[in-house]
Design a protein around this ligand. Sequence first.
Ligand code: ADP
Ligand code: MG
Length: 223
Amino acid sequence: MRSYQIISALSSKVKQVYRVRCADIDCILKIYPDAESAAKEAEIARKVSMTGYAPKVIECEDNKALFEYIEGDNFNEVFRLATMTDDVAGMELLASRLSIFLQMIYSFTDCVMKRVDFNNYIVKEGRVIGVDFSEVDDGMPYEDLAGAITCALFNGVGEYYSCFPFIQKLLDCFKLRMMDVINEIKVKIDSVSKNTKGNLDRELLLDSLANFDEKCVDWRKLI
Ligand SMILES: Nc1ncnc2c1ncn2[C@@H]1O[C@H](COP(=O)(O)OP(=O)(O)O)[C@@H](O)[C@H]1O
Ligand SMILES: [Mg+2]
């Protein structure tokens, strides 16, 4: 592995992630628990980076991989701001950009993201770029759609319906209805709420999602 100087630590969950400087260029260094995990994420990133929707892989050796540093805005922060300000057009734009990224994954890897966490995406020059492919695996795109909807419900600012324009646009992009994914969302909501102390009223939320496709209630008027 070429020499690098650590600038800052970004994460130390399963893998350690650092922003580093390497030959005067900012890069991302990821140190994994084993070489297989490093090779797996690097392989996915290599395939997707051909489209410009993932960081380029600079080097991968043993349990370390060095990636291009993507300068941009954290998707979760942009999303939270849009829900906080009821920026419907902004939410719809984010939803279609996220869908484009997900389509890239499906076209270039035959895999799905498996778990959608908005902190794993960077908004740069009109694109949503994925930076964490460690959980990518076999699956069906509707699982990611359900994951993205669940992530939106838990990360929006204010009432949970503040993110409904985002959810509606995502469903439109996938050409699916809420009823097609609601069971998968229930599973995801239960697994997320086990890990959070949020006071989310599960039944109320599921009721409103069950009525999501009914056009008789104009939830846009709620926000
Ligand atoms: N190539 C990259 N360019 C810019 N930021 C990155 C890049 N890769 C990772 N990051 C940032 O580092 C954070 C942690 O990296 P990630 O691979 O998601 O590890 P983990 O999920 O284990 O925390 C990301 O959420 C993102 O903010
Ligand atoms: Mg991550």
